[in-house]
Design a protein around this ligand. Structure first.
Ligand code: ZN
Length: 270
């Protein structure tokens, strides 16, 4: 198991050597309205951005816009509870490398990391939301392909460090602390439960694969696929602000149930 000392000695220097982006906006909402710093910080990570459109839907919708619009709505709903601080890896249409998103969460002292996507897969008939945690061995072939396509986002980072090699990713994944894994799985279950009441889900919606963006050793992390841009019904739904508000409300509910369960040590409540 990864001890804090090993983490500080080995992982932190590696992370600190990664490039930084001045364009990243931190804590905009938190600075606008003073809140107690003892509140847990939720880091929202809208996928893609800037030169990377993410998946392009069957009718031309860019995933990057679905991701940021839903994340903004989720931030609004979370801040309205008064129980959380919220930061985002991006608040506008800008490209942020995958490792940078992880570093931002660590530098902000995030208690939870939620990456938000609506990717595409080869089969246009497949639809529904799904939730991913990090693992070196993928739960299924479809999840492996999703992680591979997601990790390829850094091909847009010309002049910046590319994605770490598969070997580095595997080492980092094996260093993720057991407690972080347990809490990531708890959040995954909370999100699946909440989404199941409100939107169509993929078969076996709780999955895992080697997503670079989920590699924090210390921060419980999940990646939510809100639906597939490659499916006409999912794309049409995610284009609607009302549907995105429903997805955001489900995620907000999951965040609340997650923190309650962590604080009390009790099972997830309704
Ligand atoms: Zn994506």
């Amino acid at each position: 198991m990864l001890t804090r000392r090993v983490f500080q000695r080995m992982v932190m220097p590696a992370l600190a050597s990664l490039p930084t982006l001045a364009a990243v906006a931190f804590n905009e909402a938190a600075s606008a309205a003073p809140v107690r710093s003892s509140l847990p910080l939720v880091m929202l990570d809208p996928g893609h951005g800037g030169m990377d459109p993410g998946a392009i839907g069957v009718s031309g919708t860019f995933e990057k816009y679905i991701a940021i619009n839903t994340a903004m709505e989720l931030r609004r709903q979370l801040l309205a509870t008064g129980r959380y601080r919220v930061a985002m890896t991006r608040t506008r249409d800008v490209f942020i490398p995958l490792d940078q998103r992880v570093v931002d969460a660590q530098r902000n002292g995030a208690s939870l990391f939620v990456s938000m996507h609506a990717d595409a897969i080869a089969n246009p008939a497949v639809r529904g939301a799904s939730v991913y945690t990090l693992a070196t061995h993928p739960s299924d072939a479809q999840s492996a392909m999703l992680a591979q396509s997601e990790n390829a986002a850094d091909r847009f980072a010309s002049g910046q460090a590319g994605a770490p090699s598969a070997a580095v990713t595997n080492i980092l994944a094996s260093l993720v602390r057991r407690e972080t894994r347990t809490e990531s799985a708890l959040m995954q279950r909370a999100v699946v439960d909440s989404l199941a009441r409100n939107v169509p889900l993929l078969v076996n919606p709780a999955r895992h694969a080697g997503f670079i963006v989920l590699q924090s050793a210390e921060i419980p992390s999940v990646l939510v696929e809100m639906g597939f841009m490659s499916n006409r019904a999912d794309e049409a739904a995610l284009r609607q602000p009302a549907h995105r508000a429903v997805v955001a409300a489900a995620l907000k509910g999951a965040v609340e149930r997650y923190f309650t369960a962590v604080a009390t040590g009790a099972p997830l409540g309704g």
